[in-house]
Structures are given as C-alpha cells and as structure tokens.
Design a binder for this molecule. Sequence first.
Ligand code: UTP
Length: 297
Amino acid sequence: MSEINIAVVPVAGMGTRLLPATKSQPKEMLPVGRKPVVQYVVEELERVGVNRVLFITGQGKSSIENHFDLNPELTQSLREDGKEELLSELSFVRAPLQYFYTRQRQLLGLGHAILCAEDFVGTKPFVVALGDSIIGLNAKSRIVDRMTQCYNEHKADAVIAFEEVPKDEVFQYGIADPKTNGDVFEVNDLIEKPAVDDAPSNLAIAARYVLSPGIFEALKETAPGVGDEIQLTDAIRLLLKNGGKVYGVRLNGNEKRYDIGNFGSYFQAFTEFALADEKFGPELKAYLKTILNADHS
Ligand code: UTP
C-alpha cells in the first residue's frame, strides 16, 4: 500500500477570465471570505496527511510564496501590540508542511504544468489539487482521503474526483463515462465538453486527482489538444487506452466544488463563505435581505 503524501498544486495559469482582478495578482490569491483560495487548498491537503506541497508557479505568482512564508516582522509587531487574535490567524504558516516551488516557464496547459513536477515526484503516486478550486464550505472535505484509499484498493492508475452537475451544464466540463455505479466507480472514458444530448453522465471532473507516476510518460506522449494546450484529461485517456485502470470518486452533498475561475462562481463562493463567517455572517445575511427586498426590479 503506497503512502501518498506529496501534492502538486498548479497555480501558473493566467486567470484571464477574471481580468482585471488578475492583471497583477494570481487568481489563487483572491480572497474567499477571510482567506485566499490557495490557503483553503493547502489546509484541505494538510488535513488528509499531505506533507509536501509542490506549487507549479509562473510569472506574477510570487505572492503565493510570500503567503506561506514566515513573516517575523509582522509577527513581532502583532505580538508587541498584544494582538493575539490576529496572531492566531497566521498560525497556518507553522503547519508541518514543506513547500516547494517550480516554474512552468511556458503556459502550455494543465497537463504541461503537471509534467513540470516529474523530477520532484519521482516514482511515487501523488495528489493533484487545482489551486483555484475549493472543495466544500471552508474546505472541510476529505475527498482526497477517499481517493487515495480507492487508488490503493484498486491498484488504480488514476483516481479523479467527480461532481454531479445539472444535465444542461455538462457541455462546460470534462464528463465521466462510468463503467460501474456508486460513489466509487470505474471509468470507461472521459469526454471533454460533450453536447447535452451526447453526455454519458452528469459527473464532471472536479479539480482533484490521485495519479500514478505513469502519468508522466502519458503526458509526454500527449499531443497538444484544445487551445493548443497539453490536456491532463487527454493523458488520462491515454492511460485508459493502454489498459490502465481509472476510477472516479463522487463528491458528497457537503463537498460542493467552488471554482474560482470565473466571476459567476467566484461571487457565489465569496457570498457563501462570508455568510458562514461566525462574526460577520449574520450581519451580512440581514444586509442582503434588506437590499434584496428593496430591489423590486
Ligand atoms: P484554468 O485553465 O482554469 O486556468 O486552470 P487559467 O488558464 O488560469 O484560466 P483562464 O482560462 O486564463 O481564465 C486550472 C488550474 O490550473 C493552473 C491554473 O493556475 C489553475 O489553478 N494552470 C493552468 C497551470 O498551472 N498552468 C497552465 O498552463 C494552465
């Protein structure tokens, strides 16, 4: 049984769908409630036993490194001013995790970003967690635990998290063609953005993967696809074609995927997290009710 404790977090993308917010700051650093997106991602990984995180970064992403680094001046100043409550907000930097960074020097897609992790990962299975997606309110999900169990139990080549989406939205996602039923299922194939009538299911790929190191060879053999980018989905399809075993694990009802990749879902995520805030949530709820009631347009 392989212990899976390395995670690769790709954060190199340009985030063009969130311009101008992302012109000079990474989308992965946008706040959702009190924390930047990528902090939730790392907290989720830490909770399931990951102890090494490799960020695939790019130009303009150095604030991510700074965020996870110690800041002795800030800490000292808060301590001198007796601001213990604020100091505790910074305790995440002391998590027993090691952070590593490498740059994707050309933005050739998610698959290419994962390939940048090859030397670091070596011959062990690893987790991939997209740096722009939070799973579950306040990232309380343990989906990666269930996925690593599935990986080990079935001696899989890849395990993918899937979320049920409304049938008429399947054309926006990578969709599973499941071979079996249930919360953990074997995957026949993956269909990128199918037409609504052609979709084999409404199970959409949801930002978390557990991959065998065999993915690196598959990625090297994968030709650029949509948008001239090397697609991770295409490399996983190649694993399937070569007789590999790919499994899916469904997100449960408390594990909604918050995709901070476009303004629609970013606004929804921010609102939900802010409403769940212990201190400011109730006040915000009352305020939203007032403005919604006043809006008769
Ligand atoms: P997206 O495709 O949603 O990110 O990738 P993007 O390219 O930044 O989006 P737009 O279309 O320009 O708005 C999902 C995750 O994969 C990373 C992104 O940073 C994001 O966290 N990614 C994507 C890379 O690291 N490298 C890439 O070449 C592409």
